[in-house]
Write a new protein. Structure first.
Length: 517
C-alpha cells in the first residue's frame, strides 16, 4: 500500500525497497534495517549467466503503435506494482520491465497482460469467468505474437521467464487448465536448467506456483515435483523473504501429502490402512514445518502496535508490508500444519484439536486491522487491486471459516476475508469463496447470516456442531450460472455439492445453488 508522493527506491536491500525508503546499502545487511529492528532481506544481484542483462537507453524501444506504448506504460505505472500482492514486486517491476525492452516475446506478453488487466480492473462487477482474449483484439494479437517468438528460440531462461507471463495471462482469463499446463512445462524445464540466473530469479516464482495446481484438482502423478531442484531448510533466516521462500517449498510438499490422502479421507480407500511410506513423508514434512516455525520465531519479534490512529502508524515506524508479510506467513504455516496432520484422517471431529492453530492464524491477520485507515475500508469490488498474480489471504481464511468449528473464530475469518482478500487472487474468486464459506457455516450451525456475516437470530448450535452436520468437502461447478427468481431478477451463483455424512455414517451429497456475495 504505497502512499502518494513516495519516491521510488531503485537500489538498496529488498526490505528498504519494499518500504520505499533510502537504503545505506551496507553489505551484507544494511544499517538502516538493523538500527530499526527490522530483518534485512539482502540484495538482488544481477545475473551472471543465462539471459543477458541490459539497461535500455530509452524506455519501451521499438513500439510500432500508440496502443502498444499505452499498454506498456499502463503496465509500468500500475499493473506491475499490483501483480505481486504482498510479495516482493521486483520480478514484475524490474526484471519483466527490463527484458520487455529487448526481448520481443516478453514485450508482447506484457502488452497482453496489461490490456487484459486494464479490462479486468475496469469491470463494473467482479468477474467470475475472467476477461477473455477473444474480446480483446490487442491482447490476442500480442499473445499469439509472443507464442510465435518463443517457438524460434532455444534460450531456456527466456522460455522460463515468458512461461510465467503466459501463466498470468491464463489466470486473468480464469483458464485453469492452460495455466496448469504452462506451470507444469515451466517446472519440468526448471528441473533441467543449469543457469544460476534462472534458479536465482525464476525458481522462487515457480516455487510459489507449484502449490496452486493441488488446490485446483491436480494429482500428484500429473504434476512434477520441485524438490529435486529445491534447497533444504537453511540453518537460519536472514529475513521474511528467506522464510517465505522456505515455506513455499514446504507448502507444496504439504499439499502433495494432502492430495495423496484424499482417497483415505472420503474416497475409495476410506478406513483402509495408510502405507508406511506415506506416513513417513507426513512425519518428515511435519518436522520440517516445525523447524521452519522455530527459525521464523528467531527473526520475528512481532509488530508493536500502539493505540494510535492508523494514519499515524507510518510515522511511528509501523510497516504495512511487514505486518502483511508476517500475517500471511503465519496463517500459511498454521493451516499447512493442520492440513498435513489431517491428511489421512477421516474423522472430521479431529479438526477440533486444532482450535488454537486457527486462533493464532486469525490473531496474526487481525493485527492488520490496526493499520488499515478508515478510508481504505471499502467493498472489495471498489478497491485496488482487483487482481493479483500471487495467492493472498483468501484461500487460507476460507479454510479457517470452513474447518474451524468455533463459531466466533470462523465468523472472524469470514470478516477478514472481506477485509484482506483481493477480488481475484490468481484463480481464487473472493466472492465465490466467501459465499461458499458462509453457507458452510449456516449449514453446520443452523443459522442464517446477514449481509455482514453475522447471525440474524440466536445460534441454534452454540457449541461445536455434531458430526452429522459437518461438511467434509465441497464440489463446485467451475463456471458460474445465472439464476432467475420468480420476479424475473437475474442472480449469479454456483451449484455446489456439500459432502456430508448422514446419521448412519454414510457419505451423502447435499446440492444447493449459492448466490455470489
Amino acid at each position: 500500500m504505497a502512499r502518494k508522493g513516495s519516491h521510488k527506491v531503485r537500489t538498496g536491500c529488498l526490505t528498504c525497497k519494499a518500504r520505499k525508503v533510502k537504503c545505506d546499502e551496507n553489505k551484507p545487511h544494511c544499517n538502516r534495517c538493523i538500527t530499526t529492528g527490522r530483518a534485512c532481506s539482502g540484495y538482488v544481484t544481477k545475473p551472471s549467466s543465462g539471459l543477458l542483462w541490459q539497461r535500455p537507453r530509452q524506455l519501451f524501444q521499438s513500439i510500432d503503435k500508440p496502443s502498444e506504448g499505452r499498454a506498456l506504460q499502463f503496465f509500468c505505472e500500475k499493473t506491475a506494482q499490483f501483480l505481486s500482492g504482498a510479495t516482493d514486486p521486483y520480478f514484475w517491476t524490474h526484471l519483466v520491465m527490463q527484458f520487455s525492452n529487448f526481448e520481443p516475446s516478453v514485450r508482447h506478453s506484457v502488452i497482453a497482460i496489461s490490456s487484459l488487466y486494464e479490462r479486468f480492473e475496469a469491470g463494473d462487477e467482479m468477474s467470475h469467468s475472467g476477461v477473455q482474449l477473444r474480446d480483446d483484439s490487442l491482447a490476442l494479437q500480442h499473445y499469439n505474437a509472443a507464442i510465435r517468438e518463443l517457438k524460434t528460440t532455444d534460450n531456456q531462461p527466456l522460455v522460463l521467464l515468458v512461461c510465467i507471463l503466459f501463466i498470468c495471462i491464463e489466470f486473468l482469463q480464469s483458464n485453469k487448465e492452460e495455466a496448469m499446463k504452462h506451470c507444469k512445462h515451466g517446472i519440468a524445464l526448471l528441473e533441467r536448467a543449469d543457469y544460476s540466473w534462472a534458479k536465482e530469479h525464476l525458481l522462487p516464482v515457480f516455487r510459489r506456483l507449484s502449490s496452486f495446481p493441488f488446490f485446483f484438482g491436480a494429482g500428484t502423478m500429473d504434476f512434477p515435483d520441485l524438490v529435486s531442484v529445491d534447497s533444504s531448510l537453511p540453518t537460519s533466516f536472514n529475513g521474511f523473504a528467506d522464510a517465505a521462500s522456505a515455506l513455499d517449498s514446504l507448502q507444496s510438499r504439504t499439499l502433495r501429502v494432502v492430495r495423496l490422502g484424499d482417497s483415505y479421507r472420503f474416497g475409495k480407500l476410506l478406513y483402509k490402512k495408510v502405507p508406511s511410506d506415506l506416513l513417513e513423508e507426513q512425519k518428515v514434512v511435519a518436522n520440517l514445518l516445525d523447524k521452519w516455525h522455530t527459525l521464523f520465531e528467531s527473526i520475528d519479534s512481532g509488530p508493536m502496535l500502539p493505540s494510535t490512529p492508523a494514519t499515524e502508524l507510518y510515522d511511528l515506524g509501523i510497516d504495512f508490508l511487514e505486518v502483511m508479510s508476517r500475517a500471511i506467513l503465519l496463517i500459511r504455516y498454521e493451516i499447512s500444519r493442520v492440513k498435513l496432520d489431517m491428511a489421512f484422517e477421516a474423522d472430521e471431529m479431529c479438526y477440533d484439536q486444532y482450535l488454537s492453530n486457527f486462533q493464532r492464524a486469525i490473531d496474526a491477520c487481525a493485527l492488520i486491522d490496526f493499520i488499515i485507515p478508515d478510508e481504505a475500508r471499502i467493498p472489495p469490488s471498489k478497491r485496488e487491486p482487483r487482481f493479483i498474480f500471487e495467492t493472498g489471504f483468501t484461500p487460507w481464511l476460507h479454510l479457517i471459516a470452513t474447518k474451524c468449528r468455533d463459531l466466533a473464530v470462523r465468523l472472524e475469518a469470514l470478516r477478514l476475508m472481506r477485509l484482506l482478500g483481493v477480488p481475484r487472487e490468481n484463480l481464487w474468486e473472493l466472492d465465490q469463496m466467501y459465499a461458499l464459506a458462509r453457507r458452510v457455516i449456516e449449514i453446520e450451525h443452523g443459522v442464517v447470516l446477514d449481509g455482514d456475516g453475522q447471525p440474524v437470530t440466536a445460534v441454534k448450535y452454540p457449541d461445536l456442531p455434531p458430526d452429522e452436520r459437518r461438511v467434509r468437502d465441497t464440489n463446485m461447478e467451475p463456471k458460474p450460472s445465472v439464476y432467475i427468481d420468480l420476479n424475473g431478477k437475474e442472480t449469479c451463483g454456483w451449484t455446489v455439492g456439500f459432502v456430508m455424512r448422514d446419521e448412519k455414517g454414510a457419505i451423502v451429497t447435499r446440492t444447493e445453488f449459492i448466490i455470489a456475495s
